[in-house]
Design a protein around this ligand. Structure first.
Ligand SMILES: [Zn+2]
Length: 431
């Protein structure tokens, strides 16, 4: 079996996309906040911006690329200085693949940037989400973690299955959000629990998973806490009007995380956690990342009835994630975002994972983007990496040709249906 035969099998399978931050189409079309997005700067937002800055672009220049009052030719003059430096990174390749798939150009240069710029603007019209998701990407559904709503966003699409994001109710405790939910300030620990319970009551049945991205802001060393210590911690925070540092509120946050895990399990929802590499630039504390796998193993051991989905392959500590998923029946791995963080690390990871861990423990793709135009480029990178991993396993004799179709069907589609309430949510969708 050669690579093009593997690609044909890949293309024939509708894709269960397990992690996106996609905006709604109606907002891209009508919300004034996104009015200035639709020019050449669009391709260099979000992740790509970080590579540009790391390569030497100033923050001021990065801001100009996003500024709707700046003409597109001025933006290109800035971008072109740094593009040769980042065009070979995963983020840069994602841009080139997007340009190829969506705008029918092989690369971007002085001679064609204007043409691409015009095509970007022209494509943003009613129905462009369907065109990209269905016609181009063959996506069955996306799990979406909305960043433009505090907990949950109701979607206009039946194929957007939304996460319930709980971090601000527990591990990034936000007293104002709790107050909004309760319509009064929390006066005792039970009030914090009530805010969580209400959120699960309101959004749990409509959600596909629970999401906790707190690893961006703290270690995920959620310890078992004595109730009295937690109450004392709550009282201390309240007396200080919540002007407390992370250490002072840790006992409360740890305790509330456990409550969200309990509620997720009762609601039949997997608990997704950010692990490993941070988006952005100039801030990531690598010490914290080193401990993610050990901290995750504690959670898996203490909650054998709960299902955890660890995201982004815990890069650069992906080997430990293989050990975790192999050892714990309740540990699952989502390769979302990994194909553009480090495409070759993702290829190595997938090969090693498939020869060490049961095939139902992994989800292969989530674009992890807000702007839908960046999704096809990332998917092309993932496809290339997945096909390479499978082809190498075949050549090296770890996999037989007759395994490939069934395996890809499971990895790209079936696994998501088996773990998440996809079928129920798609059936009961009301616009
Ligand atoms: Zn994400």
């Amino acid at each position: 079996m050669n690579k093009s035969e593997i690609i044909n099998i890949f293309n024939s399978i509708p894709l269960a996309d397990t992690h996106e931050h996609l905006l709604e189409e109606k907002d891209r079309l009508k919300n004034p906040a996104y009015k200035g997005y639709n020019d050449i700067g669009l391709l260099f937002r979000q992740y790509v911006e970080s590579d540009l800055i790391v390569s030497g672009m100033s923050e001021r220049q990065a801001d100009l690329i996003k500024d709707e009052t700046i003409p597109a030719d001025s933006k290109w003059k800035i971008i072109r200085q740094f593009w040769p430096l980042i065009r070979h990174t995963g983020y840069g390749m994602m841009v080139r693949e997007t340009i190829r798939v969506l705008y029918d150009e092989n690369d971007i240069s002085d001679s064609n940037w204007k043409k691409i710029n015009d095509k970007i603007a022209a494509q943003v019209k009613p129905g462009f989400y369907d065109h990209i998701l269905k016609d181009i990407c063959n996506i069955d559904h996306c799990q979406v973690n909305a960043l433009d709503a505090p907990l949950y966003r109701k979607s206009e699409r039946a194929d957007f299955l939304m996460d319930l994001c709980v971090s601000r109710l527990c591990s990034d405790f936000d007293v104002m959000l709790v107050q909004n939910i309760l319509q009064r300030p929390p006066e005792k620990l039970d009030d914090c629990i009530e805010a969580i319970d209400r959120s699960f009551m309101d959004f749990g049945p409509k959600s596909v998973a629970v999401k906790n991205p707190s690893a961006y802001r703290r270690k995920i060393d959620y310890n078992v806490r004595e109730l009295n210590d937690v109450k004392q911690c709550f009282n201390h925070c309240r007396e200080k009007d919540w002007q407390v540092n992370r250490l002072e509120r840790k006992a409360l946050e740890d305790f509330l995380v456990y409550h969200t895990i309990k509620k997720a399990t009762e609601s039949g929802l997997p608990y997704k956690m950010h692990t490993g590499y941070h988006s952005g630039h100039g801030t990531m504390p690598l010490h914290n990342l080193r401990h993610n796998a050990g901290d995750m193993s504690n959670l898996c051991r203490l909650h054998p009835e709960s299902s955890f989905v660890f995201m982004h392959i815990n890069y650069p500590h992906q080997d430990e994630l293989i050990a975790l998923a192999k050892h714990y029946p309740n540990a699952y791995v989502d390769m979302c975002w990994s194909w553009m963080i480090s495409p070759l690390a993702a290829v190595r990871f997938l090969k090693e994972f498939l020869t060490a861990v049961p095939a139902n423990k992994i989800f292969l793709f989530g674009g992890d983007v807000s702007l839908i135009e960046l999704l096809p480029g990332h998917l092309e990178l993932a496809k290339k990496g997945i096909v390479q991993a499978i082809a190498e396993l075949l050549t090296e004799g770890w996999l037989a040709a007759y395994d490939v179709e069934g395996l890809l069907q499971r990895l790209l589609y079936q696994n998501a249906y088996d773990l998440f309430p996809v079928k129920r949510l798609k059936k009961t969708f009301t616009p």
